[in-house]
Design a protein around this ligand. Sequence first.
Ligand code: ARG
Length: 462
Amino acid sequence: MAHLWSGRFEGDPDAALVEFGRSFGFDRRLFEDDVRGSMAWAAALERAGVLTGRDAAAIQSGLRDLLSDRVRESFFDSPAAAADEDVHAFVERELVARIGEAGRRLHTGRSRNEQIAVDLRLYLKRRIPELQDDIVSLVGVLAGAADSAGQALMPSYTHLRRAQPILAAHFFLAHAAAFRRDHARFSGLLNDADELPLGSGAIAGTSYAIDVDALAKELGFSRIVRNSIDATGDRDIVATFLYASALAMVHLSRLAEDVILFTSEEFGFFELADTAATGSSLMPQKKNPDPMELVRGKAGRVIGRLTGWLATMKGLPIGYSKDLQEDKEALFEAEDTLRASLAATASVVKGLAVNAVAAGRAASGLLLATDVADYLVEKGVAFRDAHAVVGALVLRLVREGRSFDDLTIEEWRSHSPLFDPDVRTAITAAASVAKKRTPQSTHPDAVAASLAELQTWLATQR
Ligand code: ARG
């Protein structure tokens, strides 16, 4: 059996070890990118006077045929392909099978080390925009949920204890804000990936007169890598992709956790659509949020891929080592997991209904304590003193199992003479949100403005 490198050996490699080293089972996903890179490389060799016009033309047409043959179901599964080491070997063998001798000149001045580097960059430049579209779809669903929540109130939580009233819309927009950062992070990665590594050779550069600027232009890269040694052993873009994906999964997991909690009997602020829930084989009453639990669970895998990949890279000497082949399964699994989780989450959130009565009920009560303190501050009391007065009042109410709304004016006044009768109507959840002033706050106008800003952003993404 001939490998791309068999000439140097007297005997065949051990079959099990060949199998152990093969990456064609998964790097076939880079097929289109590999062919594109090869087309551009053949053109660069021709411009450099290395390939005749005839050979270059034969290579281009052979590669084009390969791209169109790709649609065949069994394309990757021919008996010959079963022995290909990786996608680069596959493409070269298929090309030679189609055009003969000229195909054997394509690899002149080039190494698989730079080929895989360019393939990964082309792949990310092609796939990240699709992933970003999935993020945009989820953000669109969150914007829709914010819109339909209207003026519904709910409690916010810190330390998972009731904190202050908010608009339910503000809650949905909070999650949207995190996913917009994810979107921007992937845009940053697109910029990182925008460097042409070809011309680096195996490590030291190439001895042929390759016009790398023209090659970059042809492949849509705006810059050339700085250093051939670094370029052939650098997988920062994979690490960054895994980080961006892991963090997006963390954001999905936190949203999933909120949905799981807030749709439970204990909270009951939102209701899951029947289409987004599952039942129990034993307990007839159950309506379980399985898809959200899976999203929360799958975040662990992607975090694992990130930490695993960092561990793989940390001991490597500069330049290419075969360890780097491990990048692809990490990258593809993270990508698939993230995209599936974005879609599942969008579908669940789309079906959420806000239970404005239950959520609003939970938004009143002792979580209005800050508003009571602010009431005293407005009458001139120092905030720290107001905090102490209201703290004592809360302590009493907790002991008596009561809340602000059933205090008589005499009882209010027994805690401070500054409480006027209007306190009995001033302290409500709706008044609390209406008192907020800053643009990032839960004031209904601020929330409406940020929803409008989000919708403008969404419109520019489609
Ligand atoms: N399959 C290899 C990888 O993914 C391609 C580069 C191989 N280079 C080499 N010298 N073996 O990393």
